[in-house]
Design a protein around this ligand. Sequence first.
Ligand SMILES: Cc1cc2nc3c(=O)[nH]c(=O)nc-3n(C[C@H](O)[C@H](O)[C@H](O)COP(=O)(O)OP(=O)(O)OC[C@H]3O[C@@H](n4cnc5c(N)ncnc54)[C@H](O)[C@@H]3O)c2cc1C
Length: 307
Amino acid sequence: MLLRNLIFWLSTKKRVTDAIARRGMRHGFARRFIAGESLGEALAASAELGRAGRRVSLNHLGENLRTAEEAERARDSYIGMVRELDAAGLDGDVSIKLTQLGLDLDRNLCRSLAMEIAAVAAGLGRTIEVDMEGTAYTDATLDIFEALRQRFDNAGLAIQAYLFRSEKDIERLAPLRPKIRLVKGAYREPAKLAIQKKSDVNANYRRLLDRLLDGRFFPAIATHDPAMLDYARQQLAARGFTDSQYEFQMIFGVRRDLQQQLREQGHPLRIYVPFGTEWCPYFMRRLSERPANCWFVLRNLLAESSR
Ligand SMILES: Cc1cc2nc3c(=O)[nH]c(=O)nc-3n(C[C@H](O)[C@H](O)[C@H](O)COP(=O)(O)OP(=O)(O)OC[C@H]3O[C@@H](n4cnc5c(N)ncnc54)[C@H](O)[C@@H]3O)c2cc1C
């Protein structure tokens, strides 16, 4: 736990992330979790995933944006991604973070930029997914998602099982019959807002999944936890879900064995594909989720330096 927290804390320190960023792509260790720095590389990775029967959701990495111009550039980038996915005939959508669209600067600007992306995606018959960030943004994210969903039926939202509030949030969204991506939650949150014990988070994941399987949602079951996957498969079979009524989701480079297993069993699977030059904080969050990954990074650095 200590190591997890240390890595997570380091991921917020710019000098550390800059130093890692200078080496990561060159040494190749970041490529395990990041599809590349350019959209071209992300599309190539997506095409390969497509050939292996996976859908994708592209995420252009970027955090801590400072100006409205940067938010507008992020909008342009997402619109470009949707168009390129479409032009390449790939089975994919985009995952957006509202802080990348200026949520910290101006909520109205953020909402209207998200609407513009959703409108272009809808025109091409494609979906968009909204990531859920830290609790400082939960209310605003729900409000903006509701507004999006009232205008477009092609938007989905991530909900975090570690938050006490999530069951209520799911009920609030139910009348919109949305796509909900159920995740455990990736941020460090205080005990008054979030369940701290892993087994309790897992119990809540199962409880929320039951809600999402009651016919009012399109459930996207986003986890690499074999126990959660078993539970989901059992429930999907017991409730007679067909493969157009749900999907599993996993992160690029994580538990590729389970990704393969789900596909072999015939389950629809979407891979969250992050790319971009601002990959370091994201990369470090993946390390903090599983400190064993640090050995993987170290091995790569050592192998490189002994060549
Ligand atoms: C498609 C997708 C989208 C997501 N979107 C969001 C979001 O919008 N907001 C948010 O807060 N969180 C998001 N997450 C992250 C999520 O909240 C968890 O932090 C993350 O998925 C780890 O939880 P887990 O369910 O895989 O279970 P865990 O119990 O954490 O892990 C289960 C097993 O998965 C493997 N594993 C997990 N993480 C890693 C890793 N980094 N490297 C290698 N193995 C690993 C290990 O074998 C581990 O034992 C997303 C996750 C996925 C899969």
